[in-house]
Design a protein around this ligand. Structure first.
Ligand SMILES: Cc1cc2nc3c(=O)[nH]c(=O)nc-3n(C[C@H](O)[C@H](O)[C@H](O)COP(=O)(O)OP(=O)(O)OC[C@H]3O[C@@H](n4cnc5c(N)ncnc54)[C@H](O)[C@@H]3O)c2cc1C
Length: 401
């Protein structure tokens, strides 16, 4: 029997998980399409920005990873432009590809809301490596400048502002503050003049998360000296000042914006339903409307839990939806109909600088501090090592060693 062609667009958390669950099944031939040569571990961006991790800790070469499977997965580095569900084709900058099954896993990017004047021009996002790299350099330069600066006791503080107190904003703020805090003796009094300020329009930090996580995180951020401004609406941003709707003006040197995402979008032959974040709205089987062989997973899709509530756009959600779709493709290729997609959030860990994390599992287990850090580290290390094993196999095959 001729193997069925599966195309996965996007080598992020969702795309890679779908491939892991389909590879090795001789009924399929898989092609991964991504315009970047690497998988970016966004969940570790906080540590990269603050200088705790290096580039090799947060990127995985997709060609080597794909070669690590047997049979090899084909990797095509190109930008997908659109898909045609009537003719089962994907158009890319490198030509067209036919598929029997399509998995769209193109993720999302930072949404620099157009109604906040100057936001895009004056702030950094961290959902792509280039921006995270640029911000890391800024942070390093800032500390360097402070180390070099002549001591002036009355020098005014210098603010790094983070717009958005969701998971990514909180983790980045905590890690940067911890670096300054931990090294304050060696860096000198000037470094203490770097203040980190977290701004969010919501009632609390980490809106929607478990109350235990919110309370513990708030305490930890305060202990790290982070200024938290909730119910604060950013009106506009200009060179050096953030203007809030209530008239307050916050001076800043650098700003990161993590306050919203919008899905990456592909052209399609028929208009697919989308929500206000431009996320695709697949049916209960994660199929694109009117199809039974084209699926959307991860951040680019609006995914719901059993009660119909949207699931948060996390790596965990991306992986669960991808596992479901992989199972679904297997079943459909056997003529079976899968059950609808039902997922829930098993838990969440928030890295809060250095060896400190707060977490909650299955609604009953709660951890904080070093234990939380060890658990979070075990999860992320497990993920990373899984990828590294494939990479090593792929690299050996490639280099013939
Ligand atoms: C700082 C930070 C911290 C986070 N912490 C956590 C955490 O602790 N826990 C957690 O669960 N989640 C966390 N998240 C969220 C998590 O990273 C995302 O939810 C996850 O990356 C979504 O996976 P995905 O596969 O949908 O998309 P992505 O991982 O974004 O992957 C999408 C891929 O598609 C590719 N692509 C896009 N457009 C095209 C195109 N046109 N053609 C070809 N390829 C394309 C991209 O290059 C990319 O490789 C964090 C995010 C950030 C930014």
């Amino acid at each position: 029997m001729t193997p069925k062609q599966i195309i996965v667009i996007g080598g992020g958390y969702g795309g890679l998980r779908a491939i892991e669950h389909l590879a090795g099944d001789n009924r399929f031939r898989i092609t991964l399409i991504d315009y970047r040569p690497y998988h970016y571990l966004q969940t570790e961006a906080y540590g990269y920005i603050a200088g705790r991790f290096d580039i090799h800790d947060i990127t995985i070469d997709l060609a080597n990873w794909c070669d690590g499977f047997s049979p090899k997965i084909r990797f095509v580095q190109t930008r997908a432009l659109g898909y045609d569900t009537a003719n089962n084709t994907v158009t890319t900058e490198a030509g067209s590809f036919c598929y029997d099954y399509l998995v769209i896993a193109v993720g999302a990017r930072t949404n620099f809301f157009s109604f906040i004047g100057g936001l895009r021009e004056h702030s950094y996002g961290v959902k792509n490596l280039q921006r995270a790299f640029a911000f890391r350099q800024m942070f390093e330069t800032l500390i360097y400048d402070k180390v070099e600066e002549t001591r002036t006791p009355d020098a005014s503080p210098l603010h790094i502002a983070i717009g958005g107190a969701g998971l990514s904003g909180v983790e980045i703020a905590a890690e940067m503050a911890e670096v300054i805090h931990r090294h304050h003796r060696t860096l000198g009094a000037n470094a203490e003049k770097i203040r980190i300020c977290l701004i969010d329009a919501a009632e609390t930090i980490l809106p929607g998360m478990h109350p235990y996580i919110i309370t513990r995180t708030q305490r930890r951020l305060e202990a790290l000296g982070i200024e938290i401004m909730t119910r604060a609406f950013i009106d506009r941003v200009d060179d050096g000042a953030i203007h809030l709707k209530d008239g307050k003006v916050l001076p800043y040197r650098y700003m990161i914006f993590t306050g919203g995402i919008e899905a990456n979008v592909l052209d399609s032959d028929r208009p697919a339903p989308t929500n206000r974040l431009r996320q695709l709205q697949p049916d209960a089987y994660l199929n694109l409307a009117g199809t039974d062989n084209a699926f959307a997973v991860g951040d680019c899709a609006e995914l719901k839990d059993v009660t119909g509530r949207p699931l948060p756009p996390t790596a965990q959600t991306a992986e669960k939806s991808a596992e479901y779709v992989a199972r679904s493709i297997r079943m459909r290729s056997e003529g079976k109909i899968p059950k609808p997609f039902h997922a829930r959030v098993d838990g969440m860990f928030v890295a809060l600088g250095g060896r400190y994390a707060v977490g909650e599992l299955f609604g009953i287990i709660r951890v904080k501090g070093y234990t939380g850090y060890l658990l979070k580290k075990a999860i992320t290390k497990g993920y990373y090592l899984g990828l590294k094993l494939r990479i090593n196999t792929g690299y050996k095959k490639r280099s013939g060693t």
